[in-house]
Design a protein. Structure first.
Length: 266
Protein backbone atom coordinates (compact mmCIF):
# COMPACT_ATOMS: atom_id res chain seq x y z
CA UNK A 1 0.00 0.00 0.00
CA UNK A 2 1.41 3.42 -0.93
CA UNK A 3 0.73 6.83 0.57
CA UNK A 4 -1.70 7.69 -2.21
CA UNK A 5 -4.02 4.78 -1.50
CA UNK A 6 -7.45 6.13 -0.57
CA UNK A 7 -9.04 2.79 0.28
CA UNK A 8 -8.06 -0.80 0.91
CA UNK A 9 -9.36 -3.93 2.60
CA UNK A 10 -7.84 -6.56 4.83
CA UNK A 11 -8.82 -10.17 5.43
CA UNK A 12 -9.23 -10.43 9.18
CA UNK A 13 -9.84 -14.17 9.38
CA UNK A 14 -13.57 -14.39 10.08
CA UNK A 15 -14.21 -10.79 8.95
CA UNK A 16 -13.34 -8.38 6.16
CA UNK A 17 -12.29 -4.85 7.12
CA UNK A 18 -12.67 -2.05 4.58
CA UNK A 19 -10.61 1.06 5.29
CA UNK A 20 -11.51 4.45 3.85
CA UNK A 21 -8.00 5.92 4.05
CA UNK A 22 -8.46 9.36 2.49
CA UNK A 23 -7.88 11.05 5.85
CA UNK A 24 -6.36 14.21 4.33
CA UNK A 25 -9.81 14.92 2.85
CA UNK A 26 -11.77 13.69 5.88
CA UNK A 27 -12.20 10.38 4.07
CA UNK A 28 -14.21 11.87 1.21
CA UNK A 29 -15.49 9.21 -1.15
CA UNK A 30 -13.24 8.31 -4.10
CA UNK A 31 -13.69 5.98 -7.08
CA UNK A 32 -11.08 3.78 -5.43
CA UNK A 33 -13.34 3.33 -2.41
CA UNK A 34 -16.15 2.13 -4.69
CA UNK A 35 -13.79 -0.39 -6.27
CA UNK A 36 -12.50 -1.62 -2.91
CA UNK A 37 -16.00 -2.03 -1.45
CA UNK A 38 -17.15 -3.94 -4.55
CA UNK A 39 -14.21 -6.35 -4.41
CA UNK A 40 -14.36 -6.84 -0.65
CA UNK A 41 -18.10 -7.52 -0.60
CA UNK A 42 -17.79 -10.00 -3.45
CA UNK A 43 -14.99 -11.83 -1.64
CA UNK A 44 -17.00 -11.87 1.60
CA UNK A 45 -20.15 -13.10 -0.13
CA UNK A 46 -18.31 -16.00 -1.74
CA UNK A 47 -16.33 -17.05 1.34
CA UNK A 48 -17.70 -19.50 3.88
CA UNK A 49 -15.05 -18.24 6.32
CA UNK A 50 -15.96 -14.53 6.36
CA UNK A 51 -18.83 -13.86 8.78
CA UNK A 52 -19.05 -10.06 8.62
CA UNK A 53 -17.67 -6.92 6.97
CA UNK A 54 -16.55 -3.78 8.81
CA UNK A 55 -16.23 -0.32 7.24
CA UNK A 56 -14.04 2.20 9.03
CA UNK A 57 -12.57 5.60 8.22
CA UNK A 58 -8.91 6.04 9.07
CA UNK A 59 -8.11 8.96 11.32
CA UNK A 60 -10.68 10.99 13.23
CA UNK A 61 -13.61 11.08 10.78
CA UNK A 62 -15.68 8.33 9.18
CA UNK A 63 -16.56 9.89 5.82
CA UNK A 64 -17.16 13.44 4.55
CA UNK A 65 -19.19 12.27 1.55
CA UNK A 66 -18.57 13.30 -2.04
CA UNK A 67 -15.43 15.12 -3.14
CA UNK A 68 -16.65 18.63 -3.99
CA UNK A 69 -13.76 19.20 -6.40
CA UNK A 70 -14.96 16.24 -8.46
CA UNK A 71 -18.61 17.27 -8.12
CA UNK A 72 -17.87 20.84 -9.22
CA UNK A 73 -16.40 19.60 -12.49
CA UNK A 74 -19.52 17.59 -13.31
CA UNK A 75 -21.37 20.73 -14.39
CA UNK A 76 -19.58 20.43 -17.74
CA UNK A 77 -20.83 16.90 -18.32
CA UNK A 78 -24.09 15.93 -20.03
CA UNK A 79 -26.99 15.19 -17.68
CA UNK A 80 -26.99 11.46 -18.44
CA UNK A 81 -23.30 11.19 -17.57
CA UNK A 82 -23.95 12.92 -14.27
CA UNK A 83 -26.69 10.40 -13.52
CA UNK A 84 -24.32 7.53 -14.24
CA UNK A 85 -21.78 8.90 -11.75
CA UNK A 86 -24.44 9.16 -9.05
CA UNK A 87 -25.45 5.57 -9.81
CA UNK A 88 -21.89 4.56 -8.84
CA UNK A 89 -22.76 5.52 -5.27
CA UNK A 90 -26.18 3.91 -5.49
CA UNK A 91 -24.64 0.69 -6.75
CA UNK A 92 -22.44 0.54 -3.65
CA UNK A 93 -25.46 1.09 -1.40
CA UNK A 94 -27.26 -1.76 -3.18
CA UNK A 95 -24.21 -4.03 -2.89
CA UNK A 96 -23.99 -3.47 0.86
CA UNK A 97 -27.69 -4.27 1.19
CA UNK A 98 -27.43 -7.36 -1.00
CA UNK A 99 -24.31 -8.80 0.66
CA UNK A 100 -25.37 -11.93 2.56
CA UNK A 101 -22.89 -11.11 5.32
CA UNK A 102 -23.75 -8.37 7.86
CA UNK A 103 -21.93 -5.08 7.29
CA UNK A 104 -20.92 -2.92 10.27
CA UNK A 105 -20.00 0.78 10.17
CA UNK A 106 -17.58 2.09 12.82
CA UNK A 107 -18.05 5.87 12.96
CA UNK A 108 -15.51 8.10 14.69
CA UNK A 109 -15.80 11.88 14.51
CA UNK A 110 -18.83 11.87 12.30
CA UNK A 111 -20.28 11.41 8.85
CA UNK A 112 -21.48 14.00 6.34
CA UNK A 113 -23.36 13.93 3.04
CA UNK A 114 -22.97 10.59 1.30
CA UNK A 115 -20.94 9.44 4.29
CA UNK A 116 -24.23 9.29 6.19
CA UNK A 117 -25.71 7.26 3.33
CA UNK A 118 -22.73 4.90 3.47
CA UNK A 119 -23.00 4.40 7.23
CA UNK A 120 -26.74 3.79 7.16
CA UNK A 121 -26.54 1.35 4.27
CA UNK A 122 -24.86 -0.95 6.79
CA UNK A 123 -26.70 -3.44 8.98
CA UNK A 124 -25.11 -2.16 12.19
CA UNK A 125 -23.91 1.36 12.97
CA UNK A 126 -21.55 1.94 15.89
CA UNK A 127 -20.57 5.55 16.63
CA UNK A 128 -18.45 7.48 19.06
CA UNK A 129 -20.57 9.52 21.46
CA UNK A 130 -18.77 12.63 20.14
CA UNK A 131 -19.66 11.88 16.51
CA UNK A 132 -22.08 14.05 14.55
CA UNK A 133 -24.12 13.13 11.48
CA UNK A 134 -24.78 15.91 8.97
CA UNK A 135 -26.86 15.62 5.79
CA UNK A 136 -24.96 18.60 4.46
CA UNK A 137 -26.00 18.78 0.79
CA UNK A 138 -28.12 21.93 1.04
CA UNK A 139 -25.13 23.90 2.32
CA UNK A 140 -23.61 23.69 -1.16
CA UNK A 141 -26.86 23.86 -3.12
CA UNK A 142 -27.22 20.11 -3.65
CA UNK A 143 -29.79 17.46 -2.76
CA UNK A 144 -29.31 14.15 -0.93
CA UNK A 145 -28.50 10.88 -2.68
CA UNK A 146 -27.47 7.38 -1.68
CA UNK A 147 -30.99 6.56 -0.50
CA UNK A 148 -30.57 8.57 2.68
CA UNK A 149 -33.95 10.35 2.51
CA UNK A 150 -35.65 6.94 2.36
CA UNK A 151 -33.58 5.55 5.23
CA UNK A 152 -33.98 8.57 7.50
CA UNK A 153 -37.76 8.63 7.16
CA UNK A 154 -37.89 4.95 8.10
CA UNK A 155 -35.90 5.61 11.29
CA UNK A 156 -36.62 9.14 12.49
CA UNK A 157 -39.57 11.54 12.98
CA UNK A 158 -40.31 13.78 9.98
CA UNK A 159 -39.56 17.05 11.85
CA UNK A 160 -36.04 15.84 12.63
CA UNK A 161 -35.51 14.66 9.05
CA UNK A 162 -36.59 18.12 7.84
CA UNK A 163 -33.93 19.67 10.08
CA UNK A 164 -31.30 17.25 8.87
CA UNK A 165 -32.01 17.64 5.16
CA UNK A 166 -33.32 21.18 4.75
CA UNK A 167 -31.33 22.99 7.44
CA UNK A 168 -28.33 20.65 7.41
CA UNK A 169 -28.48 20.63 11.20
CA UNK A 170 -25.95 18.16 12.62
CA UNK A 171 -27.41 15.55 14.93
CA UNK A 172 -25.29 14.02 17.65
CA UNK A 173 -24.62 10.31 17.96
CA UNK A 174 -26.04 10.48 21.47
CA UNK A 175 -29.37 11.79 20.17
CA UNK A 176 -29.48 9.16 17.43
CA UNK A 177 -28.75 6.46 19.99
CA UNK A 178 -31.60 7.73 22.17
CA UNK A 179 -33.85 7.44 19.10
CA UNK A 180 -32.67 3.84 18.53
CA UNK A 181 -30.99 4.89 15.27
CA UNK A 182 -27.60 3.51 16.34
CA UNK A 183 -26.70 0.04 17.56
CA UNK A 184 -23.99 1.12 19.96
CA UNK A 185 -22.56 4.31 21.43
CA UNK A 186 -18.82 4.18 22.01
CA UNK A 187 -16.30 6.18 23.92
CA UNK A 188 -14.11 8.33 21.62
CA UNK A 189 -11.60 6.15 19.80
CA UNK A 190 -13.47 2.94 20.63
CA UNK A 191 -15.97 2.68 17.76
CA UNK A 192 -13.88 0.16 15.82
CA UNK A 193 -13.31 -1.97 18.93
CA UNK A 194 -17.03 -2.00 19.69
CA UNK A 195 -17.86 -2.78 16.04
CA UNK A 196 -15.36 -5.64 16.25
CA UNK A 197 -17.19 -6.93 19.33
CA UNK A 198 -20.35 -7.20 17.22
CA UNK A 199 -18.30 -9.01 14.57
CA UNK A 200 -17.10 -11.44 17.27
CA UNK A 201 -20.70 -12.27 18.13
CA UNK A 202 -21.62 -12.72 14.47
CA UNK A 203 -18.64 -15.04 14.00
CA UNK A 204 -20.28 -17.46 16.42
CA UNK A 205 -23.61 -17.35 14.59
CA UNK A 206 -24.76 -19.63 11.74
CA UNK A 207 -23.89 -18.01 8.40
CA UNK A 208 -26.90 -19.31 6.51
CA UNK A 209 -29.39 -18.23 9.16
CA UNK A 210 -27.89 -14.72 9.32
CA UNK A 211 -28.03 -14.44 5.51
CA UNK A 212 -31.68 -15.53 5.49
CA UNK A 213 -32.57 -13.04 8.24
CA UNK A 214 -30.87 -10.19 6.39
CA UNK A 215 -32.71 -11.10 3.19
CA UNK A 216 -36.04 -11.08 5.05
CA UNK A 217 -35.37 -7.76 6.75
CA UNK A 218 -34.30 -6.13 3.48
CA UNK A 219 -37.74 -6.60 1.96
CA UNK A 220 -39.98 -6.57 5.04
CA UNK A 221 -40.72 -2.85 5.21
CA UNK A 222 -42.05 -2.73 1.65
CA UNK A 223 -43.85 -6.09 1.58
CA UNK A 224 -47.43 -6.86 2.54
CA UNK A 225 -47.93 -9.12 5.53
CA UNK A 226 -48.95 -11.98 3.26
CA UNK A 227 -45.91 -11.49 1.02
CA UNK A 228 -43.61 -11.42 4.03
CA UNK A 229 -45.15 -14.49 5.62
CA UNK A 230 -44.73 -16.32 2.32
CA UNK A 231 -41.01 -15.47 2.33
CA UNK A 232 -40.70 -16.40 6.00
CA UNK A 233 -42.36 -19.75 5.24
CA UNK A 234 -39.92 -20.48 2.43
CA UNK A 235 -36.82 -19.54 4.46
CA UNK A 236 -37.99 -21.41 7.55
CA UNK A 237 -38.84 -24.55 5.60
CA UNK A 238 -35.38 -24.54 3.97
CA UNK A 239 -33.57 -23.75 7.24
CA UNK A 240 -35.07 -26.68 9.15
CA UNK A 241 -33.09 -29.20 7.10
CA UNK A 242 -29.78 -27.31 7.21
CA UNK A 243 -26.79 -28.16 9.39
CA UNK A 244 -27.16 -25.00 11.48
CA UNK A 245 -30.65 -25.98 12.64
CA UNK A 246 -29.58 -29.54 13.32
CA UNK A 247 -26.69 -28.33 15.48
CA UNK A 248 -28.76 -25.66 17.23
CA UNK A 249 -31.68 -27.92 18.09
CA UNK A 250 -29.40 -30.78 19.14
CA UNK A 251 -27.47 -28.44 21.42
CA UNK A 252 -30.73 -27.22 22.97
CA UNK A 253 -31.78 -30.74 23.95
CA UNK A 254 -28.25 -31.62 25.10
CA UNK A 255 -28.27 -28.47 27.28
CA UNK A 256 -25.08 -27.05 25.77
CA UNK A 257 -24.17 -24.04 23.68
CA UNK A 258 -24.31 -24.72 19.93
CA UNK A 259 -21.04 -24.61 18.05
CA UNK A 260 -21.86 -23.16 14.64
CA UNK A 261 -18.18 -22.48 13.89
CA UNK A 262 -17.58 -26.13 13.10
CA UNK A 263 -20.09 -26.06 10.26
CA UNK A 264 -19.04 -25.64 6.65
CA UNK A 265 -21.61 -23.20 5.29
CA UNK A 266 -21.96 -21.31 2.02
Amino acid sequence: MNDKTTAYYEDGGDRMVIYNSNAANRNAITPELYDVITKALQFAAESDRIKSVLIVGEGSFFCAGGDLNRIRNRRFQPLEERKILIESLHDIIRRIKACPKPVIAAVEGGAAGAGVSLAYACDFVVASREAKFTVSYVKVGLTPDGGITHKLLKMLPRPLVNELCMLAEPVSAERLYQLAALNSLSEPGEAFADASAIADRLAKSPTTAIARIKALLNVAENATIDEQMGLERDHMAAAVAEDAAIEGITAFFEKRKPDFTKLSEK
